[in-house]
Ligand binder design. Structure first.
Ligand SMILES: Cc1ncc(COP(=O)(O)O)c(C=O)c1O
Length: 449
């Protein structure tokens, strides 16, 4: 397909978006006066179409914008609403708890239930809470440095773990460099961070051999640069090398909770020293958790002085608040249940097959990958083995065309990559709607290109 064909299609889609959304356009223009860049978060200006949609309401798998258009939401708040928007059990628990007290700096009984349930799901016996997955990762990194007295962190190339300073590092010609777009790093990330490619066991071995890495922070499969699966044996090697070198293993399940009620960790029998999770566990109410092994919790506990326990750089006034815990309890008990995954995962399989058929019909050299109830297509023929390969299969101009084409026809995909997530409220009809829209988009793209 030629660049001018793609540019003409994009121009047509942009004009349609502009004409179809007068109210969103008007609000976006007004927002420029008092919101930096005209948006509440700067990255929202990256949505295709020239201005973001303003949302009137969201329920289940759908939302309605201020111009009255309805959309099937496969973005689901980039996993924050993987529960579907406003699941009834979570809403009822939030309303009941809000009327009984929102935040106190004292425990509520829900904290016990949640700790027990997280243990049942993920296997780690000791839990603490935060408000975001970013914070959960930050706190665990701090604890890892504290107990190991080592200062480096190891991550996989093209990872994303939230706005954690240590993780904005990448490999350039084998050297660790600051990731493109990293704003105001406190120090050069090569001071704090080692980076290896996922699935490169030799590089992992070499990086951990000096014994200066406090922890490996890893998504069990990469989900933020397309989906990159670990190869058979990779997790066994990761666990064996981390143990042998005295390096703690932290598994970030924030996105891979798409694999099942206990995430990839339970599905594949991983045994990390710590586990972090945020986003959907409270149905979209800010909440996150981190679990520690008995051994790590013991090391942390023995190292703390009561007098200084509130000044350690691990905390947050609102963390562990009663409202978040009530919302987590209801969400885990009645929304993100084993039965829900039994519906969600086949829906992602259906979505994947629909995309595969569209790619074949258009004869494009693309592929699609699934991980539990999450699936994603990339603009390259083969499944990537690591972050570098996945990143190379990205294409900003194509992505914007695909996303805008979908948006103009009532489908929202996750921004910045081609990812779709299924919620308990998603239906086969929702998936089939995407399949039709995807097929039309790629057939037009391939025609006369
Ligand atoms: C794997 C992973 N961990 C952590 C985070 C951070 O989540 P939050 O932005 O809610 O802090 C993200 C965000 O996308 C993520 O993908």
């Amino acid at each position: 397909m030629s660049g001018s064909h793609l540019a003409a299609l994009r121009e047509r889609e942009e004009a349609r978006f502009h004409d179809d959304h007068p109210r969103s356009r008007e609000l976006a223009e007004r927002a420029r006066t008092h919101l930096v860049g005209g948006v509440p978060m700067q990255w929202m200006s990256k949505w295709p179409g020239g201005f973001p949609l303003f949302v009137a309401e969201a329920y289940g798998s759908r939302f309605i914008d201020v111009d009255g258009h309805e959309y099937v939401d496969f973005c689901l708040g980039d996993t924050g609403s993987m529960t579907g928007h406003g699941p009834t059990p979570t809403l009822e628990a939030i309303a009941a708890q809000a009327a009984r007290g929102i935040t106190l700096m004292l425990p509520s009984e829900d904290a016990l239930w949640v700790g027990e349930e997280l243990t049942r799901r993920f296997g780690l016996p000791q839990w603490q809470f935060a408000l975001t997955a970013t914070d959960a990762n930050r706190f665990v990194i701090r604890l890892a440095r504290h107990v190991t007295d080592r200062h480096k962190v190891l991550v996989f190339n093209y990872c994303y773990h939230g706005t954690v300073d240590e993780t904005f590092a990448t490999l350039v010609d084998g050297e660790v460099r600051s990731r493109r777009g990293n704003l105001g790093p406190p120090v050069d990330p090569s001071v704090t961070t080692k980076v290896v490619e996922l699935n490169d066991i030799d590089a992992l071995e070499a990086a951990l051999a000096p014994g200066d890495v406090a922890c490996v922070l890893a998504e069990p499969a990469l989900t933020n640069v397309g989906i990159v699966h670990p190869e058979p044996g990779f997790h066994d090697a990761l666990r064996e090398i981390t143990r042998r070198t005295g390096t703690l293993l932290v598994i970030d399940e924030t996105h891979t909770i798409c694999c099942g009620p206990g995430g990839y960790t339970a599905a594949e029998g991983l045994a990390p020293d710590a586990l972090t999770i945020g986003k959907p566990i409270a149905g979209g109410i800010p909440a996150a958790a981190y679990g520690l092994s008995e051994e790590l919790a013991g090391r942390v506990g023995r190292s703390l002085e009561l007098e200084d326990i509130d000044v350690g750089g691990v905390g947050g006034t609102l963390a562990g608040n009663a409202l978040s815990l009530a919302a987590i309890r209801a969400t885990l008990a009645d929304v993100l249940t084993a039965e829900a995954y039994e519906r969600m995962i086949p829906l992602a399989q259906r979505w994947t097959e629909g995309v595969e058929d569209g790619i074949a019909a258009a004869g494009l050299p693309w592929h699609v990958t699934r991980l539990g109830c999450r699936a994603e297509y990339l603009f390259g023929p083969d499944r990537p083995r690591n972050g570098t390969e996945a990143n190379a299969a990205g294409n900003f101009a194509l992505e914007r065309y695909m996303h805008l084409y979908a948006l103009n026809r009532g489908v929202l995909l996750t921004p910045f990559h081609n990812m779709a997530l299924m919620s308990p409220a998603t239906s086969e009809a929702d998936v089939d709607h995407h399949t039709q829209v995807f097929r039309d988009a790629v057939v037009e793209l391939a025609a006369a290109g």
